[in-house]
Design a protein around this ligand. Sequence first.
Ligand SMILES: Cc1ncc(COP(=O)(O)O)c(C=O)c1O
Length: 391
Amino acid sequence: MTTSAKKETSPFARLNSLLAGVEPGLPAINLTIGEPQHPIPAFVAPVIAENVALFGRYPPIRGTDAFRQTIARWLDRRYGLDATIDPERMALPLNGSREGLTLAALTARQRKPGLEKPVVLLPNPFYQAYAAGAEVAGAEVVLLGSGREGSFPDLGQVPTEVLTRTIAVYIASPTAPQGDVATLEDWTHVIQIARAHDFMIFADECYSEIYRDGPPPGVLQAADRLGAGYANILTFHSLSKRSNLPGLRCGFVAGDPDFLETWTRFRNVAAPQVPGPIQAVAVAAYSDEGHVAQNRALYNAKYDAALATLGPRVRATRPEGGFFLWLEVGDGVEAATRLWREAGVRTIPGAYLSLPLPDGSNPGTPYIRVAMVQDLATTQEALTRMARVLG
Ligand SMILES: Cc1ncc(COP(=O)(O)O)c(C=O)c1O
């Protein structure tokens, strides 16, 4: 567990600088950005057409009744919640989960106004919007170490003095980019600590539907088992990964009704709404699991290809969730440069996705992140080239 005051810069901007002037050795294949390239579900265009008149109205910040009810039903089915999500008070649409993940930190800060030096806890590596949240809340970032197994952060290592100053923790499951999945016990532990110190859990479950063998347990499920409601918990979900709709800009947040009430007052004057036709697409998407299962199958075929192609020398693993390979390559910056120069394959050095620790070391340094978002044939071509360069 460590702290750092370093400001974030975009990993993609850093990569552009690294590779400026380096010519790709073969036609380029871009595996940097986590932008799903599988087909858009067939229902999207007709639903937008049927609801096109709604582009003529300002959408309500709380979303339509149909949207909130669909989300409550989906959470209920997915996590076995026994109808404990009140669609009136516990769910809101987001214009993609990124804006929500960032802006929620402001309200987390307002919940604990007396703190002189507020803290936001982050995993390391982490999705950049979490650090943006800490920045807009004027909070110190404290980086979490992981537990003994896997990459799920361990809040048990954080000193009490820090926990008392904490306004929020960001935690992803599946972890991104490593793809480890939190157990119900992991989530329960986080909930107990957050409630003991009255800070918010911002659970990023955007990759929850991209899994290998079984659905990841969710933070709301753990809370439901504890039986004390959803105080201190927000979960963030997105259609970007689940339904291959990164350009739709639609997700949702669900959980703590008091937090959502306060946050909605702010959002009502400041945050991006989700257009009516887009909410209608979300209703259709969250009412259908067929396209999601097909999507998972496409990713799983690519993990089979990665294990078969990269072989034991590159040591690819099959993570429980997500769509990344987090490959240990010795020096990620050097490997990403070589892959681009010799193979035309563009990947991100792990060090660009994490912050250095006070001793100067960076936990991402030995890794590259490979986003397996292209179709199988393109991914296979990239993997074959990568095996040649790295093996
Ligand atoms: C870990 C993680 N969380 C959240 C997001 C945000 O996705 P969106 O804003 O498209 O919902 C992303 C997008 O890449 C991500 O990788």
